[in-house]
Design a protein around this ligand. Structure first.
Ligand code: MN
Length: 413
């Protein structure tokens, strides 16, 4: 059995940013979108390095190629201090043979998305690795709340920040008429699902449809870079007809979208239910209940605004000075409303101990999305201090070690 694909793509800087940090890959049988981050040129470099590595390593399997792309970005950031902290999302799709049948294999890290448009419905296949995505999966936010949440741009998993990364994989049994949509958040943050559906239904040419989606995102404000890759299944060797014929006269859907999730870890035939793992058909239900949720959404927005403020005030970490010592805080510098940052732990380091180049970052109360990242920053400060200065006399017993170090004697009850 053979599958024929036709594809199109479009990308644009948008109306606010000055640089397009997105990159895309559009080759026969291999498609990807990467949304780089890191400021200045770093985001642009991250997404391009990732896409190049994906293409180079595609022969090793999709998930492995994404892991190697992660490694490539990570190593590039280690080699070049001006690129430190850069990262990129990546979603990718490829055609593979599975038990003699062509299948679409999809991989994802980050908050770019892969959707399938089938039978008039748009179904999101990937999970967003973002704080709001996790809250939505845990049932703490609705899809509508997530879409307008002030922290929706915080990504919880990216390529390039760690030497290794966990890659989500999904399989899709392709049928003629399917349209696979890969896109960066610059599209779905700006354009509603039903508007995307309208374009996908009315514009058959993949290039035209991709360009139209980018235009709509710009007309809605274009607040971010926008990248769209659209892959059409134009022939499936008669599979779609066979599926329809076998179900003629019934109301059952002939080609339900099944989101088959695969972990890279030990292949288990039936994954145990867990609130971290997605459930098949979730996005379909969301579309069907859309109108009924409208009234609830209004109430939810009010609650969400209050919760969002609290959440905004309490998420994130920064490194600053407290009692003349370099200190890790949880919260936002200066606080939000009456919600003040709290001291997570105070190190023994003084501002004056730090190399001059580092003092500015601490004085500016440099922010981090995760505690681990803030602790790594402090570890680096500590290393740089021990290599550049001699031990200061008189600070013997006051040093407070971070929780990851050996237990301090003072912690005994
Ligand atoms: Mn983006």
């Amino acid at each position: 059995m053979t599958i024929s694909l036709r594809w199109g793509a479009a990308t644009d800087t948008g109306r606010v940013r000055s640089v397009n940090e997105d990159s895309a890959l559009v080759e026969d049988g291999l498609f990807a979108v990467a949304d780089g981050m890191g400021g200045h040129v770093a985001g642009e470099v991250a997404s391009r390095v990732a896409i190049d590595a994906l293409r180079t390593n595609a022969g090793q399997g999709l998930a492995e190629a994404v892991r190697l792309a992660n490694r490539a970005v990570f190593e590039r950031a280690v080699d070049d201090p001006s690129l430190r902290g850069m990262g990129t999302t990546m979603c990718a799709a490829t055609l593979v043979e599975q038990d003699g049948r062509p299948q679409l294999l999809i991989a994802n890290v980050g908050d770019s998305r892969v959707y399938v448009f089938r039978d008039g419905e748009l179904v999101q296949l990937t999970d967003d690795h973002s704080l709001v995505g996790e809250m939505e999966r845990d049932g703490r936010l609705t899809a509508e709340e997530a879409k307008v949440h002030p922290q929706r741009n915080i990504v919880t998993r990216v390529l390039g920040n760690e030497p290794d990364v966990e890659v989500d994989q999904f399989w899709l049994d392709p049928f003629r008429g399917d349209r696979l949509l890969l896109c960066s958040d610059g599209l779905f943050d700006m354009v509603d699902d039903d508007v995307m559906v309208h374009v996908l239904r009315s514009e058959p040419d993949a290039n035209e449809a991709a360009a139209e989606l980018v235009t709509l995102a710009n007309e809605a404000g274009g607040r971010d870079n926008i990248t769209v890759v659209l892959v059409d299944v134009v022939d499936d060797g008669g599979k779609a007809e066979a599926a329809s014929a076998s179900l003629a006269g019934t109301t059952t859907k002939s080609r339900p979208v099944e989101r088959v999730v695969r972990d890279d870890e030990p292949a288990e035939p039936a994954p145990a239910p867990s609130n971290r793992r997605p459930r098949a058909g979730r996005a379909t239900r969301h579309l069907t209940w859309r109108s009924a949720l409208f009234v609830l959404a209004l109430l939810a927005i009010v609650a969400g605004a209050a919760g969002g403020t609290w959440w905004f005030a309490r998420t994130g970490y920064f490194v600053g000075i407290d009692r003349h010592r370099v200190t890790l805080f949880q919260g936002r510098p200066g606080g939000v409303l009456f919600l003040d940052p709290t001291v997570e732990h105070r190190t023994g380091l003084r501002l004056g101990d730090l190399p001059p180049a580092r003092r500015a970052a601490v004085e500016d109360q440099h922010e981090f999305t995760t505690k681990a990242a803030a602790e790594r920053f402090i570890d680096r400060l500590r290393q740089e201090t021990t290599t550049t200065t001699t031990t200061t006399p008189g600070t013997t017993s006051t040093t407070v070690l971070p929780p990851t170090s050996a237990p301090t004697p003072s912690s005994t009850p």
